[in-house]
Design a binder for this molecule. Structure first.
Ligand code: FES
Length: 106
């Protein structure tokens, strides 16, 4: 299992043991992490799974695809570390990943 920490905008932390192969969005939804709505179910078509990847994990999580970049334009308060969590596939190398959840998705 891969440990992922989600930090709500209030500072509340949720540590989740996630199965590799799931996405960061799926692991959040499965573990009832608040703030990730994922309306499109992971099709990169809604931008309601927006998170901020911790600086230290930016390289390990890779860069967004062009499709993800385009969809991120619709997200609330995007920053250089913004990603759509449905587009980050969990792998053993991401053990310890930290992401922050924005105050709202729209
Ligand atoms: Fe819709 Fe990620 S769940 S874009």
């Amino acid at each position: 299992m891969v440990k992922i920490t989600y930090i709500e905008h209030t500072g509340t932390r949720h540590e989740v043991a996630a199965e590799p192969g799931l996405t960061v969005m799926e692991a959040a939804v499965k573990n009832n992490v608040p703030g990730i709505e994922a309306e499109c179910g992971g099709a990169c078509a809604c931008a309601t799974c927006h998170v901020y990847v911790d600086e230290a994990w930016k390289d390990a999580t890779g860069s967004p695809s062009q499709m993800e970049e385009d969809m991120l334009d619709f997200a609330f308060d995007i920053r250089p570390t913004s990603r759509l969590s449905c587009q980050i596939r969990i792998k053993p190398e991401l053990d310890g990943l930290v992401v922050a959840v924005p105050a709202k998705q729209f």
